[in-house]
Design a protein around this ligand. Structure first.
Ligand code: MG
Length: 212
């Protein structure tokens, strides 16, 4: 039986709100708005990739300087600390932009995994790395995100998954719990959700990645 000992967070839309215009970024890098940025950048030749990274970093820096904490995140992190729960961040953003955001807002996490550290979500690798850095196994961890990639990465890694409906998607077949606010999540956890063995869950198959 696994006891809940840590919570991992996606950054954008869960810990902070920031204005990253993915369509504008794609237009500037690729000249169109198809697909996903990191996956497309991985196919570029070195010089083009360097240019793309520069563009992405510039947009991320601007967004980071305007980032605002999500409703309830400070209270949630304080509650975690009181309860002895470890905290981690798993994001597709750069280390530089994450550092800017967290320093500006005075937010702290025990483990931080950015796109420089591991293949990006929806791969399970960054979730595993964050668990390792927290000193916990995936079954002791809940992963909170606002996008299908978060649910997929968490499910593949073997964590429990929580979808915070902050505006990106409203449901996911890979979410073990769906909440509308961090306050709702705190209430569910305080009532015991997240402890005990994992029930039967739908496996996150490769087919779900279609379109990425
Ligand atoms: Mg997000």
């Amino acid at each position: 039986m696994a006891e809940l000992r840590g919570i991992l967070f996606d950054m954008d839309g869960v810990v902070v709100r920031q204005r990253l215009d993915f369509l504008a970024i794609k237009r500037e890098i690729f000249g169109d708005t198809d697909g996903y940025i990191l996956e497309r950048m991985a196919t570029l030749a070195a010089a083009e990739r360097a240019r793309a990274e520069e563009i992405l970093e510039r947009h991320e820096t601007v967004a980071a300087l305007g980032a605002e904490p999500m409703d309830g995140i400070r209270e949630f992190l304080a509650w975690m600390q009181t309860g002895g729960l470890r905290s981690g961040l798993v994001t597709r953003n750069s280390r530089k932009s994450v550092g800017l955001v967290l320093d500006r807002l005075g937010l702290h996490f025990d483990a931080i995994v950015t796109r420089e550290d591991a293949p990006p979500k929806p791969a399970p690798d960054p979730v595993w790395l964050a668990c390792t850095r927290m000193g916990l196994g995936p079954s002791e961890v809940v992963f909170v995100g606002d996008f299908e990639f978060d649910m997929l990465a968490g499910r593949r890694a073997g964590t429990r998954t929580v979808l915070l409906r902050s505006g990106v998607i409203l449901s996911s077949e890979y979410a073990d719990l769906i909440v509308d606010t961090l306050g709702h999540l705190k209430n569910s956890l305080a009532a015991g959700w997240g402890n005990g063995p994992l029930g039967p869950r739908r496996a996150a198959g490769e087919a779900a990645e279609d379109g990425s």
